[in-house]
Design a protein around this ligand. Structure first.
Ligand code: FRU
Length: 478
């Protein structure tokens, strides 16, 4: 296989072949970023899940590795996390070598078929060769199921103040926290969320991490939900608040989404990266993920995004910033100092993926139209009367594999200033919008018959654009 096939992302990870969904086990260890992922090697649709594996030195260039975890007598290997057990609390380390420990859900298809309610349990596996080979713990599962059909996707982190591991688990309509001294024995601490947040579907793939804001520690709880996302199908909401080692207390009642586009799901953050918190999601949606028109493989991940907090109208919001490592992809840059007018038509043709960014002095209605010479176009824009950003992919290329795929996607503007900033990452089959320095994010896939190579910015009123830059990006596969 090559990475040249139709629709193949050039600045995003996708598996060489077969089906991928959620990112799993993201851990940084000894200068390597590990990315595991829900993987079914036998087909391009979902099936008995494995953990695929890829590694990177910069979260941008990836090398696919052999499959890390195969289904076993306890079931398929569903989503989960991995930690560097540097103090060897688990005792899996050997000869002074710390283990990496993966904590994942075993999903037993036999129990599911028999309509039992306890077919999802949590298990662990360890590696003492830096993630190359994995051994499953002989006494799995480490957390039995108390009779909850959806009991999965453990995300584990070290809680230093209490010197213990905390597992954040999706348990149907709420999150349940467990703690452990050694990753093998788990005690229930509390649960959160049955009366909070969005509940249009089951809760999945949570994450819990602290961020600092002006010297204070704020805890962020990510909760993916399917269906029930703002633009239909799968999406990821989050809560901000406090965590004391036992329970999570939200600090407001706002409904917040890390990404309003339709194609960012089950995203979580890398463990063991210190104060730098980096997020990445599965760039698809369960509404049509298995029907998208790619051939050898299905699905890619989003670009990695460094998270921080901003305060708007008294509430904390996540801001997503594409990681600075992406700058190494810039092949050439064109800058236009200022554009003052109703339209800006980019002269010339673009070659390959690109990044478009600019500042706006007066945010007025506008459309950014990406197009190719086959007449296909994607429109990204802002509408002042509703104060919303939007993405319209109805004419973007192939759309008819699913009836809702072409629907217009909208996102609220969260920032309140008149000045705004827009950054777009445009790959062969996806666009990622970061508005207002990542306060409003929209990720959307699309399938044009050939990559977009032109763009036009048009606004109804006079729009003042500063620092417009167009960066052509190199493929990560070269
Ligand atoms: C989310 C999810 C997880 C589950 C996995 C199975 O997309 O449904 O809850 O562990 O996918 O592949």
């Amino acid at each position: 296989q090559s990475y040249q096939d139709l629709y193949r992302p050039q600045i995003h990870f996708s598996p060489k072949k077969s089906w991928m969904n959620d990112p799993n086990g993201m851990v940084y260890y000894k200068d390597i970023y590990h990315l595991f992922f829900q993987y079914y090697p036998e087909s391009t649709v979902w099936g008995p899940m494995h953990w695929g594996h890829a590694t990177s030195k910069d979260m941008v260039h990836w090398q696919e590795q052999p499959i890390a975890l195969y289904p076993d007598s306890l079931g398929y290997i569903f989503s989960g996390s991995a930690v560097a057990d540097v103090n060897n609390t688990s005792g899996f380390g050997k000869n002074g070598k710390a283990p990496l420990v993966a904590i994942y859900t075993n999903h037993d298809p036999v129990g599911e078929k028999a309509q039992r309610n306890n077919f999802q349990t949590q298990s662990i596996a360890y590696s003492i060769d830096e993630g190359k080979s994995w051994t499953k713990y002989e006494h799995n599962p480490v957390l039995a199921n108390p009779g909850i059909t959806d009991f999965r996707d453990p995300k584990v982190r070290w809680y230093e103040a209490g010197k213990k591991w905390i597992m954040t688990l999706a348990t149907k309509d709420r999150i349940t926290f467990f703690s452990s001294p050694n990753l093998k024995e788990w005690t229930k601490e509390s649960s959160f969320g049955q009366d909070r947040g969005a509940h249009g579907g089951v809760w999945e793939c949570p994450d819990l991490f602290p961020l600092s804001y002006e010297g204070r520690t704020i805890w962020v709880l990510l909760v993916s939900i399917n269906p029930g996302a703002p633009n239909g199908g799968s999406g990821t909401q989050y809560f901000t608040g406090t965590f004391d080692g036992h329970s999570f207390m939200p600090d407001d009642n706002q409904l917040k989404w890390i990404d309003y586009g339709r194609d960012d799901y089950a995203g979580v953050t890398w463990s063991n990266t210190g104060n730098r918190i980096v997020f990445l999601g599965w760039m698809s949606n369960w509404m049509y993920g298995q029907a998208v028109p790619t051939q050898a493989w299905r699905s890619a991940n989003t670009i990695p995004r460094q998270l921080s907090l901003k305060k708007v109208n008294g509430s904390y919001y996540l801001a997503s910033d594409p990681v600075k490592e992406l700058n190494t992809l810039v092949a050439n840059s064109k800058t236009v100092n200022a554009v003052d007018g109703k339209n800006y038509n980019y002269p010339g043709k673009l070659n390959g993926p690109f990044r478009l960014s600019f500042n706006v002095d007066n945010l007025v209605d506008h459309n950014i139209i990406l197009s190719n010479s086959n007449g296909e176009k994607l429109i990204i824009g802002y509408e002042k009367s509703s104060n919303q950003f939007f993405i319209d992919r109805s004419k973007s290329g192939e759309t008819n594999f699913e009836q809702s795929f072409g629907n217009k996607q909208i996102a609220p503007r969260i920032a309140t200033s008149a000045k705004s900033s827009i950054t777009l990452y445009i790959d062969v089959s996806s666009v990622e919008l970061f508005a207002d320095n990542g306060l409003t994010v929209m990720t959307s896939i699309m399938f044009p018959s050939k990559p977009y190579d032109s763009f036009l910015i048009e606004s109804g009123a006079k729009m003042t654009i500063q620092n417009l830059s167009v960066d052509e990006l190199k493929s990560i596969w070269k």
